[in-house]
Design a protein around this ligand. Structure first.
Ligand code: BGC
Length: 603
């Protein structure tokens, strides 16, 4: 042991030499990087050049690592360190529903996006970040946003101009927070009523889905030459007709399930709305998590590349859905290769973006993904970023936020609510309720509940039951709109002890909020507490009006013969007074069910 000290000293010397070498290496790398950055020809920043020219110019300057990062769409909460945005050259971030800033205010959203954008500027090429959210019925992840009726209600209203104006209003609230990418419209054609996503759709009819979907896209994107807010028609394709019980997700039944229809049906019923959207300038399309004839869409080269890109001429980028590229029945690296080779251009989402980058490097080294495919994907993404004006836009300022749920937006949402109310039954001239009515009793779990009337994708992915968001409940709406001489009283359980007399009683009942496969339900029906509340009301009144808040038809057959009027209200959102407007005849009933709602039986 007498040489112990000497061995230790040599070891330490070697170690520090190695550390010094590493340090020098790092300095050398950053010096090289610095040189690369300062010697850059930044002519792609010249806004007078076409998006195509500018995209080519950026692409030709990108390293492989930068290209790999450009293809990633990561979830905001998976970002381990803000500086990883620039370190891994990440091209896009999304707020999975519920991933919001604290506090959840429009101001905090604006600040959050601005912080991320500043970090992205710390790169040589300064390629702006694309930030996406699911503003499917307004910018509804933000507390204080205008919550419009879900798409199923807009389909009942079937007013194209209205849909366009709603998309424009949503775009205005998005832009005020610095967000230019919306995962909407939903172009699924809903044929399976037990699916938890029926309400996100424009119903069962391909024509309706196409025409309203396209109108929404127009409203968001604005002119065809420069895009205002990027729309994302989804989910390609056909989950609306998937087979019950075949979902790849063990907790779901229809969502992410297998579709067995023929190619003819697939094309005529389900691909058609996407064809129209592409003709109208769709620049990003989301690939569904479902399968067609047992092959997942995420790896379906025929449908993604041959049909969408080559046959239908889609020139934008295809983004996979939530973790879709890793959900294929192979190990991760192979799944990723299959998805990208099938045509996926942007990968949602590598939670672990470091592992994703390393996998992509290996796949490219081995030639499992070609440089050509890599360049094609990145070119598509860059072109859209230029068409969207991301390189040239001014960041929003505080005063832009005044647009949130402003009077115009509230009026617009209320108009949409009025137009979507669908009268399914009306006997004894029960509706509209005359102004001379002296007393009205209101009951039901959805009467005084903004969460229920807004449904899923409101603040949280699964929505929130209760009064947490700003807005007007249906009960408040009834109180506002009823004539000043009408007394309106509310008991959720419908039990008004000692109060025997009321001309009209209104039950507002319905589904609890849900989203995606969580809402798959073998038997969509009225909950027992609402059944009891309606019974209480019925026992003591001549005229009973039932309003159903739901995302799909509920089985009312056992009870409807006892009701004088039945209104399908769908999921009206934050402006509940629109329901009252039609109840009292301030606006006519014009809604028509966009899906089959049989009063006799539900499929
Ligand atoms: C849904 C998509 C949504 C995405 C991002 C997925 O779970 O299927 O519709 O756009 O999440 O939030």
């Amino acid at each position: 042991m007498k040489h112990g000290w000497l061995v230790a000293a040599v070891f330490i010397a070697l170690l520090s030499g190695y550390a010094g070498f590493l340090h020098a290496q790092e300095e050398w790398v950053s010096a090289a990087q610095w040189l690369r950055c300062v010697s850059f020809d930044a002519s792609y920043l010249d806004a007078s050049r076409t998006p195509e020219e500018r995209a080519e110019a950026v692409l030709s300057r990108m390293t492989r690592a930068e290209k790999i990062g450009q293809m990633a769409l990561i979830e905001k909460n998976s970002l381990q360190d803000l500086s990883d945005l620039s370190r891994y050259h990440l091209g896009a971030v999304l707020s999975g529903f519920g991933a919001k800033p604290e506090p959840n205010t429009p101001e905090a959203w604006q600040d959050m996006i601005s912080r991320l954008n500043t970090q992205t500027k710390e790169t040589c090429l300064q390629i702006p970040l694309l930030y996406g959210v699911d503003a499917i019925h307004g910018h509804a992840g933000v507390m204080g946003a205008t919550i419009f009726p879900h798409a199923i209600g807009l389909a009942a209203a079937y007013d194209k101009d209205l849909v366009k104006r709603i998309a424009q209003a949503t775009a205005a609230e998005l832009k005020a927070t610095g967000i230019y990418w919306n995962f909407a419209p939903n172009l699924d054609v809903a044929k399976e009523m037990r699916w938890g996503r029926v309400y996100e759709t424009y119903g069962s009819n391909t024509e309706t889905v196409s025409s309203l979907g396209v109108e929404y896209l127009r409203g968001l994107q604005g002119s065809s030459t420069s895009i205002d807010v990027l729309a994302t028609p989804k989910h390609f394709v056909a989950n609306g007709e998937a087979l019950w019980g075949t979902s790849v997700n063990m907790d779901y039944r229809v969502d992410q399930a297998n579709v067995v229809v023929s190619e003819n049906v697939l094309r005529n019923v389900h691909v058609q709305p996407f064809k129209k959207a592409i003709e109208e300038g769709a620049q990003s399309i989301m690939v569904g998590l479902n399968a067609w004839q047992n092959k997942r869409l995420t790896e379906h080269e025929y449908l993604l590349t041959k049909v969408l890109k080559e046959e239908l001429g889609f020139s934008g980028f295809l983004v996979s859905d939530w973790y879709g590229v890793y959900a294929l029945p192979y190990e991760q690296e192979e799944s990723l290769a299959r998805a990208v080779n099938a045509g996926v251009d942007m990968v949602m989402l590598p939670f672990d973006y470091k592992a994703y980058s390393a996998m992509m490097e290996r796949l490219l080294d081995r030639g499992d993904i070609s440089e050509e495919r890599l360049n094609d994907a990145v070119r598509r993404i860059l072109r859209v970023k230029f068409r969207l004006g991301l390189f040239d836009r001014e960041a929003p300022v505080r005063s832009d936020l005044a647009v949130f749920r402003n009077n115009d937006h509230q009026r617009l949402a209320r108009e949409a609510v009025q137009k979507s109310q669908t009268l399914l039954k009306n006997t004894h001239h029960t509706l509209p309720i005359p102004a001379s009515t002296s007393r009205i009793f209101v009951a039901g779990s959805a009467a005084d509940n903004l969460g229920k009337q807004s449904g899923g994708w409101t603040i949280e992915w699964q929505g929130i039951d209760g009064n947490w968001i700003p807005g007007t409940t249906i009960l408040e709406g009834i109180k506002q709109v009823a004539s000043s001489s009408t007394r309106v009283e509310f008991k959720q359980d419908g039990h008004f002890p000692g109060e025997e007399f009321a001309d009209v009683r209104i039950a507002v009942i319905g589904e609890k909020p849900y989203a995606e496969g969580v809402g798959d339900d073998a038997y969509p029906r009225i909950e027992q507490d609402d059944v009891e509340a309606v019974k209480e009301l019925r026992a003591r009144v001549k005229k009973l009006v039932v309003i159903v808040i739901s995302g799909r038809p509920l089985d009312v057959a056992p009870y409807v013969h006892e009701w004088d009027a039945l209104v399908a209200s769908w999921l009206p959102g934050s402006e509940g007074a629109g329901v009252a407007d039609v109840l009292f005849g301030r606006a006519p009933f014009t809604g028509k069910a966009p899906i089959l709602w049989s009063l006799d039986r539900v499929k």
